[in-house]
Design a protein around this ligand. Structure first.
Ligand code: GLA
Length: 329
């Protein structure tokens, strides 16, 4: 009798687990958390992640988390909703070990995008799959675009100041600006003509404030170039130059991104000091990471540990073509 009961229970359990698996496959739920939801780059990432969700039939839960506290509760929230994994661009890379622990406690698979997590020693957490841009290379492309424009305008390096809009707590930000600086220096720019403008946040307003301090401190310099983490940083420096009365043809700013912040600038009837941007791909960062996470959850296929994406320079006159080439138009 007891044996029979055991067999019945086992059979029932087997049926139950089959239905559980079936339901599980249908209800794949993936989180996509970003640090700055209002920034066009992140809006675009979400847009392309949505596209992956539609194609594969999973649920995408989009959450903005501007600080660590919001991020931690977002992860708990995903766990409570029965999500199986999430992609995150963290507001602070130093939260790395905490994020890993929170994900594990909620039984969630974790992949990062854009900003790579670091441990207590400041080194990247290499076990967490990550997709980011090839920051140094893209920074070099920014530097080259600036140098080319200086040559086209007949500027001499020693009469020009450079605003390094910086956010040095973020490794990818350091790699990007240092990439640009290496090219400037290789083309005759002196280190003492490069001025640091540390931004408190990675948005245009914070960059404007930081750049204004530099411009006011060096009113004797009449020609300026500028670079930074993203388009918002460079747009802040360009707005600062306008507000202190420097004409557009005395400013060369080259950003990174190529989302609406840059495109709207290119669409202005007259050219500003924002000369170009290295367009990176929100499609790869949004669509592909979402797909990678889906494959991991649904087919147990773990993403590559590190995927680095490239960029392409675009200016006012050719940005549409460049965007089409990247499949983001
Ligand atoms: C960082 C920046 C964003 C964007 C991404 C691209 O997260 O803050 O603006 O440039 O990198 O990876």
């Amino acid at each position: 009798m007891r044996l029979l009961k055991t067999a019945l229970v086992a059979g029932a359990l087997a049926v139950l687990s089959v239905t559980t698996i079936a339901a599980y496959a249908q209800d794949t739920k993936i989180g996509f958390i970003v640090k700055q939801p209002e920034e066009p780059w992140f809006q675009d990432e979400w847009k392309f992640a949505d596209q992956a969700a539609k194609e594969k039939g999973f649920t995408l839960v989009k959450i903005g988390a501007e600080d660590g506290e919001k991020l931690m509760s977002a992860i708990d929230n995903l766990g409570a909703q029965g999500a199986q994994g999430f992609i995150v661009c963290t507001p602070d890379v130093k939260l790395g070990p905490g994020i890993v622990a929170k994900a594990a406690a909620n039984n969630l698979k974790l992949m990062t995008v854009d900003d790579r997590l670091v441990g207590a020693d400041g080194k990247a957490l290499e076990d967490v799959p990550h997709m980011g841009i090839s920051a140094t290379k893209i920074g070099e492309a920014v530097g080259q675009a600036i140098v080319d424009e200086m040559k086209a305008r007949g500027w001499k390096a020693d009469e020009v100041g450079a605003i390094r809009v910086s956010y040095d707590q973020l490794p990818t930000a350091v790699d990007r600006v240092e990439g640009a600086i290496s090219v400037l220096k290789a083309n005759g720019f002196k280190a003492e003509n490069i001025f640091d403008a540390p931004q408190a946040k990675t948005d245009t307003e914070a960059a404007l404030n930081a750049a204004t301090v530099v411009l006011n401190a060096h009113a004797e310099i009449k020609k300026w170039v500028s670079f930074g983490l993203n388009d918002e940083a460079v747009l802040g420096a360009v707005r600062a130059s306008e507000s202190v009365g420097i004409p557009a043809d005395s400013v060369i700013g080259v950003g990174i991104g190529g989302a609406d912040s840059a495109i709207n600038e290119f669409k202005k009837p007259t050219a500003t000091g924002f000369v170009g941007t290295v367009i990176i791909s929100p499609k790869r960062h949004g669509y592909e990471t979402a797909l990678n996470m889906y494959d991991w959850v649904a087919s147990n296929k773990e993403p590559e540990k590190l995927i680095l994406t490239s960029g392409a320079l675009a200016k006012r006159d050719d940005y549409q073509k460049v965007r089409q080439g990247l499949g983001i138009e």
